[in-house]
Design a protein around this ligand. Structure first.
Ligand SMILES: *[C@@H]1O[C@H](CO)[C@@H](O)[C@H](O)[C@H]1NC(C)=O
Ligand SMILES: *[C@@H]1O[C@H](CO)[C@@H](O)[C@H](O)[C@H]1NC(C)=O
Ligand SMILES: *[C@@H]1O[C@H](CO)[C@@H](O)[C@H](O)[C@H]1NC(C)=O
Ligand SMILES: *[C@@H]1O[C@H](CO)[C@@H](O)[C@H](O)[C@H]1NC(C)=O
Ligand SMILES: *[C@@H]1O[C@H](CO)[C@@H](O)[C@H](O)[C@H]1NC(C)=O
Ligand SMILES: *[C@@H]1O[C@H](CO)[C@@H](O)[C@H](O)[C@H]1NC(C)=O
Length: 412
């Protein structure tokens, strides 16, 4: 989204990003506080006392999710260079709940060995499998308020999935797209000169967001946190998220996620959004009907957070951050979706601190169901200005989120 605004400016800063680069937004100089009052019933901090309560709450809720137990998992940090220490040493963490995460073989090729310098070679080898993945995700992308069709056996073979236990001892599988070094549409990788050059890199039909629709027409309550929501919500009322998903036209983050999840029978009861760049408030609020305004908290300020390694050790910023606010706001029954894409170089270390904290701290990962992250990393073109972040650290972070029970997705 909004990439065209400053893509060139970023490149001129030496960023070699043919994947996953958003635009550059700078913190507003005169920020405006959003009103603090919340509609709806007040809820206390939602972290339950014991892991068995967590397990039970998740069993009672839809979708069938299991939350991580156990204590904080320490991970040694490696020097990230560039004053950015938020790059942990690569290794896999054990699962933290009684769900199981099953990466597909396609994904295992990215996680089992280092792929730095081999992104295109690996992506090319996997092109056929990627077509199968895309044929499924594109075909179910427009949910139309119905449960997604089951993938065929062939399609299921390339998708990753979570397996959750049911109270009766049976298990249920929920599929999601495999992690892939393109960190976006696997055939849209500009630098790789592969397959379909016509695929727009903003085409997000590679994603497999959760679909909560049931035959009986049940609906699920959700909460959306948008860290870097963009400067507008234009076209909210008649927003065609499916067309925007294809990469055509302007993608406006809040309308996109709101409509995409509503079509999957997940209704956002509350939306919390941050945008650092100062917006024109009249222009910003105009497209929003009152029922949406009633559940919308907009912070026209940069998200605050202590940097690594402080925040992943549980030392969270007291005010103006997302992580503390999350624990004070949502309950386990909410379907919580988080998008992290602050899009500015200045805020990148903060984004990483936030996402690493979620991966490290069960009391945070507990609360989040699905997370989208535009991870910026060195892809092999130009200089490495990414403080040690490359395809391997990117895949590793997304995998650790999945191991912590979160459906993590690369965002573009
Ligand atoms: C978490 O809970 C599951 C099931 O209750 C158990 O199998 C697993 O060992 C626990 N993990 C940790 C890290 O305590
Ligand atoms: C790739 O391009 C060909 C034509 O060049 C088209 O037939 C095919 O559908 C495209 N594949 C995808 C996944 O878009
Ligand atoms: C869907 O709603 C029906 C009727 O309200 C209820 O009996 C059923 O348990 C719900 N299904 C799920 C999966 O929540
Ligand atoms: C994306 O565009 C293609 C071709 O224009 C179309 O067939 C497809 O339905 C679109 N996908 C979605 C999810 O709207
Ligand atoms: C977006 O990607 C999907 C899956 O590869 C493809 O079917 C669709 O045609 C693409 N849309 C456009 C407009 O290229
Ligand atoms: C928490 O982090 C802040 C910011 O990095 C630091 O100034 C403070 O000393 C830390 N507090 C503790 C108790 O570690």
């Amino acid at each position: 989204m909004w990439r065209w605004v400053v893509a060139l400016a970023l490149l001129s800063l030496g960023g070699a990003w043919w994947f996953g680069v958003a635009n550059c937004r700078v913190p507003g100089k005169r920020a405006v506080e959003a009103p603090k009052k919340r509609a709806g019933k007040a809820r206390g901090p939602a972290v339950p006392a014991t892991s068995s309560e967590v397990q039970q709450a998740r069993l009672d809720a839809w979708p069938p999710q299991h939350r991580p137990n156990g204590t904080m998992l320490k991970q040694p940090w490696v020097s990230g260079g560039q004053g950015n220490p938020c790059v942990p040493a690569l290794h896999h963490l054990p699962p933290r709940g009684d769900y199981e995460y099953h990466p597909s073989d396609l994904e295992k090729q990215w996680i089992d060995v280092r792929r730095r310098g081999k992104i295109c070679a690996t992506a090319k080898e996997q092109e056929q499998q990627a077509q199968l993945w895309l044929s499924y995700t594109a075909s179910v992308f427009q949910a139309k308020q119905r449960p997604a069709r089951e993938p065929t056996e062939e399609e299921a073979g390339v998708l990753s999935y979570f397996s959750y236990p049911r109270p009766d001892g049976s298990r249920v599988n929920r599929y999601l797209e495999p992690l892939h070094g393109a960190a976006g549409h696997p055939l849209a990788s500009e630098g790789c000169a592969m397959g379909n050059q016509s695929i727009d890199e903003q085409n997000v039909t590679y994603l497999l967001p959760e679909n909560a629709c049931t035959k009986e027409g049940n609906r699920t309550k959700g909460v959306f946190f948008d860290l870097g929501c963009g400067a507008n919500v234009v076209g909210f009322e008649n927003y065609d998220y499916a067309a925007a998903a294809n990469g055509s036209g302007m993608r406006s983050s809040i309308p996109f996620f709101f409509r995409m999840y509503a079509d999957r029978c997940i209704d956002f009861q509350a939306i919390y959004a941050w945008q650092a760049e100062r917006v024109d408030h009249k222009h910003f609020w105009d497209p929003l009907p009152d029922p949406i305004r009633a559940r919308f908290r907009f912070f026209n300020r940069p998200v605050q957070e202590h940097l690594c390694p402080d925040s992943p050790q549980g030392n969270l910023t007291e005010r103006g951050g997302f992580l503390k606010l999350l624990t004070a706001t949502v309950s386990l029954e909410d379907y919580v979706v988080v998008k992290v894409d602050m899009g500015s170089l200045a805020l990148e270390t903060r984004e990483l601190a936030i996402v690493e904290s979620i991966a490290h701290l069960p009391e945070l990962s507990n609360l989040i169901d699905e997370l989208y992250f535009d991870y910026h990393f060195y892809t092999g073109i130009g200089g490495d200005h990414f403080g040690g972040r490359d395809v391997d650290t990117a895949i590793n972070l997304m995998l650790r989120l999945r191991e912590a029970g979160i459906r993590s997705h690369f965002w573009v």
